[in-house]
Design a protein around this ligand. Structure first.
Ligand code: PLP
Length: 401
């Protein structure tokens, strides 16, 4: 068959995405990732220096000189690539060292590395659950969790976002050999935390495993940055944590599952993205090891992040913006309309602020927003400038008075 017929379908689909105001343009960065970056948009436009309010670079470690150096050292001492999955000939001493170190940091028994947290979530459910088991998950969990759950044969129960009564009702009225509660620690689009204390209580009451994806928490949530389980003081009650190295922990790539040692052992035998996808690049491993050292030595970065977050939230609220309630460095400004979110983002960009609009399908229809994120790479003066711009643009679009 010629391409013509299929091509029409793709062109129509793309056009309908554009007509709905849902088309995503990528802005091209020509500098390292940081609080202030150089951007070209459109791609052939002149370069512009702007304040970046939308990276997951929470701790400002993505371009930290010690982290970059550690990656160089890894490249020098262990080479570029492993050309193998872990179980054939892809396991170096540093892979095991990182598994032990990240596990210690998170307060778990052991850990297993993956190429990404997307892969970690793709591996987990299928490997440790069967049709006799059941998963209870929050409606707003990350896409990779939804996909991972689809790959398993376990029964599925979805509860409304953070609705603990509904979760309890489902745990109480359903039968399964192994019950597993799955939640994000911090929800990426709303910036709120799971009610992890209550979830752990229900886990105990109904004999269910508790699993948290702490991708938007590891490194900075909790007094010493261990994550939401530290924040809620339930470090010994969470059975499994999945998380990424691609956000606060240097931001390159990679992820892991940490938790009960039998589960980690089984994942090394059965986790498909572990068995059939390449070992983590040595330079990423040595750099992530360095990040964990930096975080274990001082809480300076997460403390700064907390200070900036408080400042940003209270300033925006005082200016009259409607925010999603929460206390994490994810600060979403609600606009509801996708086209408005696009227009606001465009004007912010013109004034030197990088903050993109989020709309369907990454958030529900009619829930469009500008998601801003704090970073220890920013300074208070960057936020003061950003605030001025937000007020100016907000007034122009009648978002605030
Ligand atoms: C970002 C994110 C992931 C994916 O992490 P990668 O390592 O980039 O694949 C998974 N889960 C959650 C909750 C995330 O926010």
């Amino acid at each position: 068959m010629s391409y013509a017929k299929s091509k029409k379908f793709y062109v129509d689909t793309i056009n309908s995405i554009k007509n709905d105001g849902l088309y995503k343009d990528e802005r091209v960065i020509t500098s390292p990732q940081s609080g202030v970056v150089k951007v070209r948009f459109p791609e052939d436009a002149p370069e512009k220096t702007i304040i970046n309010l939308c990276a997951n670079n929470y701790l400002g470690l993505s371009s930290h000189p010690d982290v970059v150096k550690a990656a160089h050292d890894g490249l020098e001492s262990r080479g570029y690539g492993m050309s193998s999955v872990r179980f054939i000939c892809g396991t170096q001493d540093i892979h095991r060292e990182l598994e032990r170190k990240v596990s210690k940091f998170l307060g778990t028994e052991d850990a297993i590395l993956f190429g990404s947290c997307f892969d970690a979530n793709g591996a987990l459910f299928e490997a440790i659950l069967t049709a006799e088991d059941a998963i209870y998950s929050d409606k707003l969990v990350h896409a990779s969790i939804i996909d991972g759950i689809r790959l398993s044969k376990a029964q599925r129960y979805i509860y409304e976002h953070s609705n603990m009564e509904e979760l309890e009702e489902k745990l109480k009225t359903t039968q399964a050999r192994i019950k597993l509660i799955m939640t994000d620690g911090v929800f990426s689009m709303d910036g709120d935390m799971a009610k992890l204390d209550k979830i752990c209580e229900l886990g105990e009451k109904y004999g269910a495993l508790v699993v948290v994806d702490d991708s938007h928490a590891t490194g900075f949530i909790g007094k010493t940055g261990r994550g939401t389980h530290e924040h809620f003081n339930v470090m010994d009650k969470v059975d499994i944590i999945t998380t990424t190295f691609g956000k606060a922990l240097g931001g390159a790539t990679g992820g892991c599952i940490a938790g009960r040692k039998e589960i980690i052992e089984l994942l090394k035998q059965r986790g498909r993205p572990y068995l059939f996808s390449n070992a983590l690049m040595p330079a990423v491993v040595t750099a992530t090891l360095k990040v964990l050292d930096i975080l274990s030595q001082s809480t300076e970065r997460r403390d700064k992040l907390e200070m900036l977050t408080k400042f940003w939230r209270t300033s925006l609220e005082a200016a009259g913006f409607e925010l999603k309630p929460g206390n994490t460095p994810i600060v979403p400004i609600m606009l509801y309309d996708a086209k408005l979110a696009q227009a606001v983002s465009k004007d912010l960009y013109a004034e030197g602020i990088f903050a993109v609009g989020f709309f369907y399908p990454v958030v529900p229809q009619g829930q469009a927003r500008i998601r801003t994120q704090m970073s220890a790479a920013l300074d208070k003066k960057d936020l003061e400038k950003a605030l001025e711009v937000f007020i100016k643009v907000g007034k122009k679009h009648n978002v605030i008075k």
